[in-house]
Design a protein around this ligand. Structure first.
Ligand SMILES: [Zn+2]
Length: 423
């Protein structure tokens, strides 16, 4: 035996909402692992403890029931996947812990490096690394009790379901929004008209791709005064059909029609908001080919412009409900911890969302910002790893849950209202 698995505070039929006592129990078990000299890794309410048999016995003594995992520690790997793409591509690899976006799998260390195939055409669909020791992969916070939630403020209530649904229909109505397609340009022009009509000043930035080019749309609404800082709201506009190629249908309703329509929803909700700071809305191209739009955007910013960014709020896949209770994952890095906490607080006050948090940024447009020390957070549907439709012709409107998207948008608008300040 090389590992113990503890699952804390499970509610039968609903793995995703730990009882209130769960965080305490997790801390107690983690402390016992440390005392025993064992290593630990947490994925939500699952705790893995690894070490020699004697250490595991000590870590366990008299405590919660644990499942024994009989796999040598060197074979334990953490997978972070977009959609269900690791499991679809490698059904032969045994999955020991399945928490959607995050998996713990049994893999030969020599094999692990070979699984991730870099491609010229698209981002790797998953990352694999040895199971990180003494690390929280993601944390989970249950929603606030309904009676503790504040009455929705007008701004939060201004997130229009009808307008969001209509924008989403328009975006998913394009045969594809592949970064190099004509339809991408048409979709970008349409979004440009929408944002201009909402009072933004827009510009288009050309972005080079291997074997082609694409565009970013940047829309600016100057603040009415304040400290000269800017708050960015971003999403990728492009879609992809990985298996069937650039010419195949790629409606990309969830990935990322939902996030792109979310950017427009934010612009609508904040249209008359007297924000002190600048609000900048960006729709990126080239995300699916390897974050080309966001990388280019950040690389082109002058150092003083980078320093001016207060926060970046990125939306990528916010409308597929993969968990029994509506859940959002907030994913950032150490540099974005404060933004992440403010978003989590907004979720508690204004929504019924279960909030997962992680400081392991992966594969979306928040990564180039984080890499440059800019506080950026991804907001994404919880357990996106259970979504097996993304990057296929099957990512269509009928699979979406607008209630989940609206909850995530309410959280984001509440956060933004605060982050922008009032003039
Ligand atoms: Zn995406």
């Amino acid at each position: 035996m090389t590992a113990l698995r503890f699952d804390v505070g499970k509610i039968p039929g609903n793995d995703d909402v730990p009882r209130v006592a769960a965080p305490d129990a997790l801390q107690t078990l983690t402390a016992a692992a440390v005392d025993a000299g064992a290593a630990w890794t947490r994925l939500g309410n699952t705790l893995l403890v690894t070490g020699a048999p004697a250490q595991l016995e000590r870590a366990r003594a008299g405590r919660a029931p644990a499942e024994r995992i009989e796999v040598p520690a060197a074979r334990l790997h953490l997978v972070i996947q977009n959609g269900r793409q690791f499991q679809q591509g490698h059904p032969e690899v045994p999955v020991l812990v399945d928490r959607g976006r995050y998996l713990v799998v049994d893999l030969d260390p020599a094999e692990a490096g070979r699984l991730v195939e870099p491609s010229e055409r698209h981002l790797p669909c998953f990352g694999v690394r040895p199971l990180p020791a003494d690390t929280v992969v993601f944390e989970q916070r249950p929603p606030a009790l309904a009676r503790r939630r504040a009455v929705a403020e007008p701004r939060v209530a201004a997130v229009s379901r009808d307008a969001f649904a209509a924008d989403l229909r328009t975006l998913a109505g394009f045969r594809t929004r592949h970064s190099t397609s004509t339809e991408f340009g048409t979709a970008l022009d349409w979004a440009d008209r929408v944002l201009s009509a909402l009072g933004c000043v827009t510009r288009v930035q050309a972005v080079a791709l291997p074997g082609g080019s694409t565009q970013n749309l940047i829309a600016e609404r100057p603040g009415l005064g304040g400290d000269g800082r800017a708050v960015l709201v971003t999403a990728h506009l492009d879609s992809i059909n990985v298996r069937d190629g650039a010419d195949a249908p790629a409606p990309g309703a969830d990935d990322n029609g939902s996030g792109a329509a979310g950017v427009l929803a934010v612009a609508r909700a904040l249209q008359d908001h007297p924000g002190a700071r600048d609000l900048r809305l960006i729709l990126f191209g080239g995300e699916e080919q390897g974050l080309f739009g966001s990388r280019h955007y950040v690389a082109e910013l002058a150092p003083a412009e980078r320093d001016r960014i207060h926060a970046v709020l990125n939306m990528d896949m916010i409308a597929s409900r993969n968990t029994p209770s509506p859940t959002v994952l907030l994913e950032g890095a150490a540099v974005s911890q404060a933004v992440l906490e403010e978003l989590a607080a907004a979720a508690q006050v204004h929504t019924g969302l279960t909030v997962q948090t992680s400081l392991m940024p992966f594969n979306s447009d928040h990564v180039p910002f984080v890499d440059h020390g800019i506080p950026a957070v991804l907001t994404i549907e919880g357990a996106d790893g259970a979504n097996d439709r993304i990057h296929t012709a099957g990512d269509t409107l009928e699979h979406l849950d607008l209630d989940l998207a609206l909850e995530i948008l309410r959280m984001n608008v509440a956060y933004l209202e605060q982050a922008l300040g009032r003039a």
